[in-house]
Design a protein. Structure first.
Length: 301
């Protein structure tokens, strides 16, 4: 995170609809004026409201990276490479579930960020997706990519749909050696692939990982869920993709989402859904926001 922040331009005018950076929040008046800062553009589709702690995060996108400032980060880049290389000899045997969970969340995020730093900062959604596939890291003598870490270590065995005929031997090996005994659905709100719609990146600790994930979930949902002007409940695409982690169907997912929201927003969401008659499809009352693959990181600083 420090490397990306160091490579950021010192000053840059915000573009319309863009999420301002943390550097502009130095005074009380600026913080007060930041109340409507909106990283996912949820207020562009709905009434303005406080989107919670996400309004105070630091934002890094392709336009905010200064190409000439990479030279000032050479030492940090070298240190990062040395640290990541040491993971090749790490022994994870004997770790508790919480220690493994925090370790693999941090490794996934580090793996993705390292790939972005090793290659050029992506300027198109296609480049972001391509780099996700190239992001690899050696852990305990096993070369793993980010997709394997997410779907064969953190999400399995819950996501058994990934264990298909198309599954590669090395992916199943990773699952056998490193896969968590109990899948943790809340990693959805902790894993960032460096895209516009990803949740914020933070460092997770073994001693507090459960409570940290709970906070990550609530803060993300407060920033990414809203009520549109035509009174539809707007939810992020991430919830649609991983619906079965949290509920058995769309209706129960929406009930779960409402329970996670701050009181005022929860009341508005429930009021929106209560207008639905039993014979009316949920699609008339729910709007799934599209996933944006443009490059961006949101950091706590």
């Amino acid at each position: 995170m420090s490397i990306f922040l160091r490579m950021r331009r010192l000053e840059r005018r915000s573009l319309p609809g863009e999420f301002p950076s943390f550097s502009g929040l130095s005074s009380h008046s600026n913080v007060k004026g930041a109340e409507m800062r909106d990283p996912y553009g949820i207020c562009l589709e709905s009434e303005e409201r406080d989107i919670g702690p996400y309004k105070l995060l630091s934002s890094i996108d392709a336009r905010s990276i200064h190409p000439k400032r990479r030279a000032s980060s050479v030492f940090l880049l070298r240190m990062l490479k040395i640290l990541l290389e040491k993971l090749a000899s790490v022994n994870l045997q004997g770790l508790t579930h919480q220690e493994q969970l925090a370790f693999w969340i941090n490794i996934y995020n580090s793996c993705i960020m390292s790939a972005f730093l090793e290659h050029e900062v992506p300027e198109t959604p296609e480049t972001v997706i391509s780099l996700m596939q190239k992001a690899t890291i050696n852990v305990g003598g096993h070369l793993l990519n980010a997709i394997t870490i997410e779907h064969f270590i953190l999400r399995l065995p819950y996501h058994s749909k990934y264990t298909s005929k198309g599954t590669k031997n090395d992916e199943m090996t990773a699952w056998t050696i490193f896969g968590l005994e109990l899948s943790e659905p809340l990693v959805t709100f902790a894993l960032s692939c460096g895209s516009w719609s990803s949740p914020a990146v933070r460092v997770y600790t073994a001693s507090q990982v459960d409570s940290e994930l709970e906070v990550a979930k609530r803060e993300y949902l407060q920033a990414a869920v809203g009520i549109s002007r035509n009174k539809k409940l707007m939810i992020p695409k991430l919830l649609d993709w991983y619906l079965m982690d949290f509920a058995k169907d769309v209706e129960s997912l929406l009930d779960w989402v409402c329970l996670q929201l701050p009181i005022h927003l929860r009341r508005e969401a429930i009021k929106c859904l209560e207008k639905r008659r039993k014979d009316e499809p949920l699609s008339q009352f729910v709007q799934v926001m599209p996933y944006e693959f443009r490059f961006r990181y949101l950091f706590r600083t």
